[in-house]
Design a protein. Structure first.
Length: 289
């Protein structure tokens, strides 16, 4: 008896780039929670074997770039981006993808996304921005996007995430893309700022999905599905039209509004409501929005 596509599919291998900064273990646990096969590593060969990469980050931009460069990970990340391997930058990891940052005395970045990183202009509000903020998504096919296929792939990260979904932010700096077509979502704290970007095979979010309850897990599940789809292996179809619960594309595991069958023939935890018990270990005890 031939196995079904869902049974034949394997968990996507997602490598978390380990350069000594970021909520690495929390991200690893969250990925495992949604059914992916995460590995925390700085080994170049292991990173190249992965279906996708996650670049975490907490701390100062110049120090992060220095650590990446010392380990040769800056060139490896650029290489993987050039090979169109899915990459997701989290918080500082998103900022590192830009060309430069004004933090401290300034520093060049990875240059994957054109633009710069500057201080958040919060007015009278307290800095850093710490807390839950609703995110407004761009339309799935922005007019400025040169390719509908590119837009469809970018929208896959947002499957099942309604406009206005709240995510947990902790930051003092914001990214300013040069090209508005790279905007994926915005939030507001004193000013409206870009909190999610997409360019080529790179996605970045200013917030922490691993600390953002069911919405954060859903985003990570969507990224895992994109990684498996990009590997060329079988991916189980979603349970419905991807647009029903928010922007996105049908055909990705867990991309339907109810979660759908994922790899291994099981539902993706966190892809729908409610998620399995134990989520609080990824939220650090923070209150829900």
């Amino acid at each position: 008896m031939n196995p079904t596509p869902a049974a034949a599919a394997r968990p996507p291998r997602i490598a978390i780039v380990d350069y000594g900064m970021g909520n690495r273990r929390s991200v690893e646990k969250a990925l495992a929670h949604v059914g992916a096969a995460p590995v925390l590593t700085g080994d170049h060969d292991e990173l190249r074997r992965a279906d996708g990469l996650i670049l975490p980050g907490v701390g100062a931009f110049p120090e992060a770039m220095l650590r990446l460069a010392e380990a040769g990970l800056d060139e490896l990340i650029r290489e993987r981006a050039g090979a169109e391997v899915p990459i997701l930058g989290l918080c500082l990891g998103m900022q590192l993808a830009f060309e430069r940052s004004a933090e401290h005395d300034g520093s060049p970045g990875l240059g994957i996304v054109p633009g710069e990183v500057r201080e958040l202009r919060a007015g009278e509000l307290k800095i850093p921005h710490i807390g839950w903020s609703p995110v407004r998504w761009r339309p799935a096919t922005p007019p400025a996007c040169p390719s509908r296929a590119r837009s469809a792939r970018h929208g896959a990260l947002l499957a099942g995430l309604p406009d206005g979904s709240a995510f947990y932010h902790v930051h003092s700096y914001v990214a300013v893309p040069s090209d508005r077509a790279d905007w994926l979502g915005t939030a507001e704290y004193g000013e409206r700022f870009v909190t999610a970007v997409a360019r080529g095979s790179f996605w970045g979010v200013q917030f922490h999905p691993e600390k953002s309850s069911t919405r954060g897990l859903r985003l990570l599940a969507n990224f895992a599905a994109v990684c498996l789809a990009g590997s060329g292996e079988a991916v189980a179809p979603g349970s419905g039209d991807a647009g029903a619960g928010g922007p996105g594309q049908a055909g990705l595991a867990g991309a339907g509004p109810a979660g759908g069958a994922g790899w291994g023939g099981t539902d993706i935890a966190g892809a729908g409501e409610p998620v399995a018990a134990g989520l609080t270990e990824h939220r650090g005890g923070m209150p829900a929005p």
